[in-house]
Design a protein around this ligand. Structure first.
Ligand code: HEM
Length: 436
């Protein structure tokens, strides 16, 4: 629908039942909303209608309360802190690979979901959810899917006891039981592990008050939801794109073999893996895990010369902007090379915005990019993923953009340079890479 709307121009009015909305499709207009005047807007209706799930967590809260929480949570996402998570990310990926065998058939989306959930639980809450991971993952997935059903979410209040609402209530109760267990264990032990949960538990307001269990629950469920499915989806789309683009796949393997030569990647390797990083950037261009953003206008004003009224919805879609031929040559092609030579500096700032922008920009941006790059590098060194023929890979625009029926693959073991030519282990240099 948004792709069709974009044909009418960069700012288009639409009415959805009783709601008046505008769809904006020019990077400058998007920048004006997200960066220029963010206080003129609240989060969109669908997210707000999901407050019984996210509560007053970072994604859905507004105003001074949001600002206070953002300041509390931000230190957990500072570069130095995130860098310390690199080993955990690689360790859990290797752990996943221990159960993989060449010739196995898998749903790589489910594998990525489990992996990123375990990583977010361990890094932010120092919790090992290995035992619960499958159930927690399923509940979270369901909440995101049902929560994105526009008609149901907006027109059936969450307290009406329909079968779907009762199901949602059960899933929330299940996840809450696990989160409250983490919280109470940590409160009882008084342990300060320096992770996000400790910081939230020990953070004090100016009046000395601390966060209640309910506030902690809201922040943790938000980070679980926002912090795992998005990264998992970006990886699932990446595997799918790689499997269809053998030239890109071969270049990726060449870089990994040259720089890592069979050993596990570490934080220091990242600057020497530019092609690997570009594969992720390009995959998030074509299949942005957050495929669209929405806001509600809270004060009358003008946007792009048009009057917008309080209560109107404003929508923008990464899916459409990222495929706009005004900013990208052959936009439908998967070409990581397009990011070489600072493309980002040559296109308008909001021609590429997988993580949103302005004050409400994704707090997990660097976390996610590092995680996706390390997982890609660790797995692609060991396996080539071949698509199972005739399995339909279909994008589902839920709150995130994910493959509706998963991505079924057959694992093919790879020979890395470690097994082919051991002497190259110490060879990689930045010079050698740029010469390539
Ligand atoms: C590829 C992975 C990811 C993508 C594409 C992504 C995308 C986004 C986008 C577009 C927003 C802005 C939403 C808006 O403006 O309405 C956002 C917000 C947010 N993201 Fe992410 N995200 C990713 C990973 C993560 C991770 C790993 C975490 C945490 C561990 C995280 C936590 C959050 C939070 C808490 C917010 C709300 C921030 C605020 O409003 O203050 N995200 N994300």
């Amino acid at each position: 629908m948004f792709t069709e709307l974009a044909r009418y121009g960069d700012i288009v009015g639409i009415r959805v039942v009783n709601f008046r909305n505008i769809f904006i499709n020019h990077p400058d207009l998007i920048e004006e909303v997200l960066v220029g005047h963010p206080r003129r807007y609240f989060k969109g209706r669908v997210l707000r209608a999901n407050r019984h799930v996210f509560g007053e967590g970072l994604l859905t809260s507004e105003g001074d309360f949001w600002l206070r929480q953002r300041r509390l949570v931000q230190p957990s996402f500072h570069r130095a802190r995130i860098n310390a998570y690199a080993d955990t990310m690689v360790h859990y990926t290797q752990h996943m690979l221990e159960s993989w065998r060449g010739g196995d058939e898998r749903d790589v989306h489910q594998e990525m979901m489990r992996l990123t959930l375990r990583i977010v639980a361990k890094t932010l809450f120092d919790a090992d959810v290995a035992l619960d991971v499958q159930d927690v993952g399923k509940s979270l997935e369901l909440l995101l899917e049902l929560g994105a059903n526009f008609r149901r979410t907006l027109f059936v209040p969450h307290w009406v006891p329909t079968p779907t609402n009762l199901r949602i209530k059960r899933e929330i109760a299940y996840i809450e039981s696990i989160l409250y267990r983490f919280i109470s264990e940590r409160r009882t032990s008084g342990r300060d592990t320096g992770d996000l949960l400790s910081m939230l538990l020990h953070a004090q307001d100016e009046d000395g008050s601390r966060m209640t269990d309910k506030q902690l629950r809201d922040e943790t469920i938000t980070l679980f939801l926002a912090g795992h499915e998005t990264t998992a989806a970006s990886l699932s789309w990446t595997w799918w794109l790689l499997a269809q683009n053998p030239r890109v796949e071969a270049k990726l393997h060449a870089e990994l073999d040259r720089v890592l030569c069979g050993r596990a990647p570490a934080l220091d390797d990242l600057p020497r893996l530019p092609y690997t990083a570009n594969v992720i950037t390009e995959s998030m261009r074509l299949y942005p895990p957050a495929w669209g953003l929405a806001r509600v206008v809270v004060e009358d004003h003008e946007l792009g010369g048009y009057p917008v009224k309080k209560g109107m919805g404003v929508a923008m879609a990464q899916w459409v902007v990222h495929r706009d031929p005004r900013w990208y040559d052959s936009p439908e092609e998967f070409r990581p090379e397009r990011w070489e030579g600072d493309l980002l500096k040559r296109i308008p700032r909001f021609a590429y915005f997988p993580f949103g922008g302005g004050p409400r920009q994704c707090i997990g941006n660097s976390f996610a990019v590092m995680e996706a790059t390390l997982i890609l590098a660790t797995v692609a060194q060991k396996y080539r993923l071949r698509l199972v023929p005739n399995h339909p890979v279909v994008p589902l625009a839920s709150i995130t953009l994910r493959p509706r029926h998963g991505v079924r693959v057959v694992l093919e073991s790879r020979q890395t340079c470690a097994t082919e030519s051991l002497p190259r282990v110490n060879q990689p240099t930045t010079q050698a890479m740029s010469a390539d």
